[in-house]
Design a protein around this ligand. Sequence first.
Ligand code: ASP
Length: 441
Amino acid sequence: MATKVVKFGGSSLADANQFIKVANIIKADPSRKYVVPSAPGKRSSKDTKVTDMLYACYDTAVRGGDFIPMFNEIKKRYTDIIDGLGLDISLDSEFETIKHSFMARAGRDYAASRGEYLNGKILSSYLGFAFVDAAEVIYFGENSKLDLEQTCRAVKERLDKVGNAVIPGFYGSMPNDTVKTFSRGGSDITGSIVAAAMNADLYENWTDVSGFLVCDPRIVPNPEPIQTITYHELRELAYMGAGVLHEEAIFPVRKAGIPINIKNTNKPDDPGTMIVEQAGCDDCKFTITGIAGHRGFAAITIEKDMMNSELGFGRKVLEVFENHGISFEHMPSGIDTMSIVVRLDELAECEEDVIKSLRDAVSPDKIEIDRDIALIAIVGRGMKSQRGTAARIFAALAHAKINVKMIDQGSSELNVIVGIGNEYFEAAIKAIYAIFVSERL
Ligand code: ASP
């Protein structure tokens, strides 16, 4: 039988009703053997995630404040779920332990991790699956980085012994046995690790949207869903800010050749988005797979006669940015010019220093800074086989009266990045969507 690892996000497990949906999904397919839950998320847009409540509660405890009212509110989130499911279990002793650990300052990571730990306890009891504490199988090294090899070995050894299991997301343990969490949204990473360790056929990541959309629905209403996307394309888009899945969740499954299926707990029949290593273009509905972008960039353009023959010029320029802790996004260049595109907020902190260091390092003829740049990435494996894609992008922008300040196309022909003024950000995405997607429907 195939093996699937299924991860459910916080909104999928926010209350008893959501738990029932989750259980139905799991029971509908016996290959859904290993389940990774998040902590209860928001039940409505004004609600607070349990993880945020735990951080706030622990911070109050550490400050010596009265953390009990908040603690009781957290407890109520869980007892409401237990009662709503009609379960005959109590988490009282767990809550006592947690309370004492808060008083003993067990650490913020420990505090936050209890959100998934307790949810895992409830889910395992509701499903009748074994509970496997992530602290016993997910290991971080001395450098606080995940030890993937040791972790995979431990997960496999442990899960092989149990038929089905619930493994809470988001945390693991340090060599000194303290609890450590991944960064926010890290249950995605746990799911990916468990899938890799068990050599699963599929990693299903259940959330509250039916996968990725071609572009941001706040800009284009009801954009088309993306049915299939490659890991490579997703990186190009995620990097620009389309965050349904934690960036670091890609690595373990990708390395193991396991696809990810993003699915919607509230619409389980929707196909969602498949994330795969390789995909042809026979199934591409459109030339482009996705459009994503960000406002708030700056371009520093450096001009110097005969720059192209000055050995080490680029290295010296980039070293200046490196020394100031600024990473660069893009670097379009001409014969005697070179532009470095960076985040405006990162540059603003040390702009004068950077300019001075550039002058000292490469004695340029001129340095100009454009502080009004939004970047848009148009990504698609279908571009490679289509002539005229770039022409269509620029025609769409010209037609919308948007001036293109910068163009960058990687040689993989997977994406085109354009730089425009911040005020045209939304109009540009709409224009590109219209020409590649709306006109094809
Ligand atoms: N509960 C954690 C958070 O809110 C981790 C997760 O949900 O993936 O960030």
